[in-house]
Design a binder for this molecule. Structure first.
Ligand code: HEM
Length: 211
């Protein structure tokens, strides 16, 4: 039996989009339970992971510059000639935001609308499609960061001693699915849908300027 999916609605209705992907990759309440179970082990590791992520983002000027430029929502602006370091107050504030994000991802019991909106808001904040209000981080950095975070989580599952192999496998699969869903809700704010793009180029491969 073929199920009809409304391509237009996928771009207009977050819940509909999530339910389609969840059905496609079989992301169920069992995956959510696996993430919740892992949270007990992972929560003490969150500050370590967040620290590693910011070290990584400060390793390259192209990613570090976003934090030097951006101070919104933070009262203690950099003083004249002050150099931004990982220990600056701004970065403690940023670390808290990323910690909250990781905790929510692992602890969330219901992937209800408000949580989907939160995941999508991350895309809207960083994305290139949304214009005003966006910090316009190129997708290459988002993809790399998401992969880096996921790898750190996979590594911590692997090294957890009080989990058997079955539990580890379930958690690893759940982490993978959750990050693919987050990735989709990032891409939503980067890519044009085929409906929005020029009809004449539809179904034809776009030329890659890299090659
Ligand atoms: C894909 C992985 C990423 C995740 C999950 C993530 C997550 C977040 C979250 C949760 C916030 C706080 C949003 C809020 O509630 O206001 C935030 C803000 C921010 N992110 Fe990311 N981020 C990612 C990648 C990046 C990258 C690669 C950069 C830069 C190279 C970046 C730069 C920033 C900046 C500058 C802010 C502060 C925005 C502001 O001033 O309000 N992020 N990010």
């Amino acid at each position: 039996m073929t199920e009809h999916i409304d391509g237009k609605r996928l771009h207009e209705d977050l819940r509909y989009r999530f339910e389609y992907i969840a059905k496609f990759i079989n992301f169920t309440s069992d995956d959510v339970k696996a993430l919740n179970a892992f949270a007990t082990t992972a929560l003490p590791l969150v500050p370590v992971i967040v620290d590693a992520v910011y070290r990584k983002l400060f390793q390259f000027d192209i990613t570090k510059e976003f934090f030097v430029l951006r101070n919104d929502g933070f009262d203690g602006r950099l003083k004249k000639d002050e150099v931004l370091t990982l220990d600056s107050a701004q970065m403690a504030y940023r670390r808290d935001m990323l910690s909250d994000y990781l905790k929510r991802l692992l602890l969330q019991h219901e992937w209800a609308d408000d949580f989907l909106q939160y995941l999508s808001r991350i895309g809207r904040l960083h994305g290139s499609k949304t214009g005003q209000g966006s910090i316009n981080v190129d997708y290459i950095h988002m993809n790399a960061t998401l992969c880096y975070v996921e790898t750190l989580l996979i590594d911590s599952v692997w090294h957890t001693e009080n989990l058997d192999n079955k539990a580890k496998k379930e958690i690893l699969i759940a982490i993978n699915k959750a990050f693919r869903i987050q990735n989709d809700l990032l891409l939503l704010h980067y890519l044009e849908s085929s409906k929005e793009s020029d009809a004449s180029t539809r179904h034809t491969a776009k030329k890659c300027v890299c090659s």
